[in-house]
Design a protein around this ligand. Structure first.
Ligand SMILES: CC(C)(COP(=O)(O)OP(=O)(O)OC[C@H]1O[C@@H](n2cnc3c(N)ncnc32)[C@H](O)[C@@H]1OP(=O)(O)O)[C@@H](O)C(=O)NCCC(=O)NCCSC(=O)CCS(=O)O
Length: 384
């Protein structure tokens, strides 16, 4: 067990930060669709997409742990860059890399690593939030096509990306065993999306509608019996989100630390006061503990190829809470300045707040932890 970062890992993080400062920082202000796609291509040129995807398909083949370190570094630089790195490394594309046919890997993984396309993920529905296995979106094979009917909500990046990996039901048993996934192009006939709703971190979330949406059968990733397989890959996406929370929390901590050494009250720097010192100490303790839990969960992937569910849920519960508390304390150190939008901490708090909800709520993850330690069934379904 080694708790230190290797020289190679430090180099990777420094290189990512350097690439951000030299090539990407000038591009982040343009938040138009074309601007974000330009940024995505620039990140591909810097080798910052598809970090843990297979090298034979254009990825960098980094271990999950190293991938998370880079996501964390980029998130601290700018959330849009951390988000793009996350979505193209541990996002929906992970399922295509893991379960896709050679043709699907060539059509999706390779162009994604070149920054030419992006893939959103559609799981949640109006009546299937935490109870994701209750999803109703139906898929049926008709000749050379798969036809989808239903809807999704809270899907991000739909305006930027060209495809969504849609979890859908192939069978009619109503059970988790019916569930598979289809890669739906956003120009497919019968596909529509809403204009988007802003979340508190100013990110657009979209509703998707499938009305006899026809997609070539070659885009079926898994045609049922696959919920467990899909959610096993999704655990890596959950860790990617945690790396983003860590990046935002670290940036907030560092900002508050620097501020406390400059801001003077009562004729001294405010870091001289024990009230401030204890907040800084608390922030650092939580940051280090969350970091170690996320790295432990990621390191389980070196054994199975995918992160272990229990360690992932433990990391999620701790990190989501710690990140909120770190950002909250950072705001407190800045006082009224921290509460305004003139300073970056209010936005940082908004960035991490979603982490207790998306990717499975903290409460759902506590259910999973309890089920594992008690060796009981996790399912919350009411028994007949
Ligand atoms: C898993 C849950 C949906 C609970 O549902 P059920 O009680 O119906 O299902 P289970 O019987 O518990 O599990 C079914 C099946 O999956 C396997 N499973 C479950 N969780 C995991 C896991 N973490 N890792 C690996 N495998 C898992 C389980 O072993 C069963 O396998 P078998 O069928 O026995 O082989 C619920 O607990 C849950 O996770 N809810 C949260 C859903 C969620 O994360 N939603 C976020 C969606 S994000 C989105 O839509 C927006 C996208 S955005 O743009 O970011």
């Amino acid at each position: 067990m080694d708790f230190q970062l290797t020289d190679r890992q430090k180099e990777l993080m420094d290189a990512a930060k350097g690439a951000y400062e030299r090539k990407l920082a000038p591009l982040v202000a343009d938040t138009s669709v074309e601007g974000v796609r330009r940024l995505r291509r620039a990140m591909a040129e810097q080798g910052l997409l598809g970090l843990n995807l297979p090298p034979e398909h254009g990825g960098l083949g980094l271990p999950l742990l190293d991938t998370l370190l880079v996501i964390q570094t980029l998130q601290a630089c700018a959330p849009i860059v951390g988000g793009l790195c996350h979505r193209t490394s541990t996002g929906a594309i992970g399922a295509v890399a893991e379960y896709g046919t050679p043709d699907q890997r060539a059509r999706f993984v390779e162009p994604l690593c070149r920054g030419e396309i992006g893939i959103s993920i559609g799981i949640t529905e109006p009546e299937a939030g935490s109870a994701a296995t209750a999803l109703k979106t139906r898929a049926r094979i008709e000749g050379d096509h798969v036809v989808l009917n239903g809807s999704k909500q809270f899907v991000s990046f739909v305006n930027i990306n060209e495809f969504t990996l849609v979890y859908c039901r192939f069978g009619t048993s109503g059970k988790a065993s019916d569930i598979g996934a289809v890669i739906v192009p956003h120009d497919a006939p019968g596909f529509r999306h809403s204009s988007g709703t802003l979340n508190m971190a100013d990110e657009l979330l979209f509703e998707l509608y499938f009305d006899d949406c026809r997609v070539p059968k070659e885009n079926v990733l898994l045609d049922g019996g696959a919920f467990g397989k899909l959610i096993s890959v999704y655990n890596a996406e959950r860790l990617g989100s945690m790396a983003r929370m860590l990046g935002s929390a670290r940036a907030s901590y560092e900002y508050a630390l620097a501020y406390s050494k400059e801001r003077r009250q009562f004729g001294r720097e405010i870091c001289d006061f024990q009230g401030i010192q204890w907040m800084l100490a608390d922030m650092r303790v939580k940051l280090d503990a969350a970091h170690l839990l996320v790295m432990r969960a990621a390191s389980t992937a070196q054994v199975t190829g995918l992160p272990a569910p229990l360690e992932t849920s433990i990391a999620k519960v701790f990190t989501a809470k710690a990140a909120k508390e770190i950002c909250d304390d950072a705001i407190q150190v800045l006082g009224a300045n921290g509460y305004t939008k003139e300073y970056p901490l209010a936005h940082r708090y908004a960035e991490v707040r979603g982490g207790s909800i998306y990717g499975g709520t903290m409460q759902i993850h506590k259910n999973m932890i309890a089920a594992a330690i008690l060796e009981r069934e996790n399912s919350q379904w009411k028994k007949a």
